[in-house]
Ligand binder design. Structure first.
Ligand code: ADP
Ligand code: MG
Length: 494
């Protein structure tokens, strides 16, 4: 299996072996790998304390922090440190004293009061170490082996399974799957995925790599960001190892290069990459690239390279629609084993519209806030979190609100819209209301039917179709619907 190309065997020089230097390098990788909000919440507050032999001590703000890190980032921290140091390391977490609490259920006692403990702390076989400062200390003894994907630089957390499909990404996703099934064997070579920041490019191309690896055991896969490729190339020039560098990247079967807009203006790196590209392509090897804008808007990128994109397929990822945003939030919270009320999910999905990373960021902040402040997850808490990122917070539109506004507009009592009556004006209002509910909320046909006096879903379909027909041919009708829609939008602060 391909080993990552690094300047020397450990990627780190002896004089850089201080706790701070190592932690700083570790953070660079962590930052590339996880969500910005997670990084801010869970990694920025950590302080490296000391490095003694193969023992690295870090200070974390609270017990909860330690537990969260161990549960969610154990493998990542382990792999990153392993990669940097080329050896196994004991990581010592020191919990800041003010946050140490005396919960009987804790696996560890306060170290100052007791020592020589040998409790089994977590599934990773950690144990206690005495510490002079009365801080609580945990030692994470890492497993003997790094995760299998370390040499490909793929993050196993990115899979097709947890990549939610929606209108915005289904084309790129289908292309990614096709390539993963048959790398180098489709006409999608190169596969170029483009889309704005935080829309899932890295997730998709890494999922592709992980899937290819799973399906084709002997395949050599390499994922690299163009930034990392550039740094390695510059290092290779300085250490006179350009031919090793080139040979390494030209020996893989599937090369995935992320964010190639960073190559802009870096002529020598681009030139090297261009030749790597050609060599691999000629050999029938698969190339997958991502960029954050349409190819024709790329600045400072070699025309020769851009013209190569036409050999393959360029697939874009758009901003997700409401339904997809809701599905993503549901999936993420379920994966974390946390139940979030549907109304809170809807509330976040309605407000965070442009970027999946931000959507996730809000969810993470919400969970962190709920845990750290021991609060319930509800709309109020979500509002607190959203206030930081959204300037103009909107409430989700309820079906009842749409019914109320439609009835007000036609001057009919609210309950008639749910009743059995077939009076023409009520039927008309009911159909418009159903249509608007379908347009403006995420409700299923079944739910809509239930809210309109228990009608079945075929009635809802029929109503919506009838409104759509009239919208096409009747200008006055169109004006009416637009006006009502505007009233609904205004009432929900849109
Ligand atoms: P980009 O590389 O385009 O900036 P990322 O791939 O880093 O975006 O995605 C940002 C975050 O959103 C990641 O945590 C990723 O897992 C998540 N994400 C993006 N698209 C999806 C999706 N379709 N389903 C689930 N999560 C997604
Ligand atoms: Mg990315």
């Amino acid at each position: 299996m391909a080993q990552p190309f690094v300047e020397n065997s450990t990627g780190i020089h002896n004089n850089e072996k201080t706790a701070e230097a190592i932690w700083k390098k570790c953070l660079v990788t962590v930052k590339e790998t996880i969500n910005t909000q997670s990084f801010k919440t869970w990694f920025e507050p950590i302080k490296p304390l000391k490095l003694e032999g193969d023992e690295l001590s870090i200070e974390v703000p609270s017990q909860f922090f330690y537990e969260w890190l161990e549960e969610h980032y154990y493998q990542l921290i382990h792999d990153t440190l392993y990669q940097l140091l080329g050896s196994h390391i004991r990581l010592v977490y020191s919990v800041r004293e003010e946050d140490v609490y005396n919960d009987q259920n804790l696996v560890l006692d306060d170290i100052g009061a007791d020592n020589g403990l040998n409790n089994s702390l977590s599934q990773h076989g950690s144990d206690a170490t005495p510490d002079q400062n009365r801080a609580k200390v945990y030692v994470a003894e890492f497993q003997k082996k790094p995760s299998p994907n370390i040499s490909t630089m793929l993050n196993p957390r990115y899979t097709f399974d947890n990549f939610i499909k929606g209108d915005s990404n289904q084309f790129a996703r289908a292309a990614g799957l096709a390539v993963a099934n048959n790398p180098g064997g489709t006409s999608f070579n190169p596969l170029v995925v483009y889309g704005g920041v935080g829309l899932g490019k890295t997730h998709l191309i890494q999922a592709l790599g992980n899937q290819a690896l799973e399906l084709h055991k002997d395949i050599r896969v390499c994922y690299v960001s163009s930034e990392k490729f550039t740094i390695e190339f510059v290092d290779a020039i300085q250490s006179d190892r350009v031919s090793d560098f080139s040979a390494y990247y030209r020996s893989v079967d599937l090369l995935i290069v992320d964010d190639i807009q960073f190559f802009g203006g870096k002529e020598k790196t681009q030139d090297n990459f261009f030749h790597t590209f050609n060599t691999l392509h000629q050999l029938g090897k698969q190339i997958v690239l991502s960029i954050d804008r349409p190819p024709k808007e790329l600045r400072g990128l070699d025309e020769r390279l851009i013209s190569r994109f036409q050999w393959g397929l360029t697939a874009d990822i758009q901003a997700p629609d409401l339904e997809t945003r809701i599905a993503i939030l549901r999936k993420k919270s379920a994966d974390d084993g946390i139940e979030i009320p549907q109304e809170v999910i809807d509330f976040i999905a309605v407000n965070v519209t442009s970027n999946i990373r931000e959507l996730e960021g809000c969810l993470i902040s919400l969970l962190a806030k709920a845990s750290l402040e021991s609060k319930d997850i509800n709309i109020d808490l979500a509002r607190d979190v959203l206030q930081v990122v959204v300037s103009d917070i909107k409430s989700p539109i309820s079906i009842e609100e749409i019914q109320r506004i439609v009835c007000e507009y036609f001057n009919i009592p609210d309950d008639l819209i749910r009743a059995k009556t077939r009076k023409q004006e009520v039927v008309n209002a009911r159909q418009i209301a159903m249509y608007l509910v379908k347009e403006m909320t995420n409700s299923s046909l079944k739910t809509i039917g239930l809210h309109f006096g228990g009608r079945d879903h075929s009635t809802v379909i029929h109503s919506c179709q009838s409104v759509e027909e009239q919208l096409k041919v009747n200008q006055r009708f169109r004006d009416t619907v637009v006006q009502i829609k505007r009233k609904i939008e205004m009432s929900s602060g849109r």
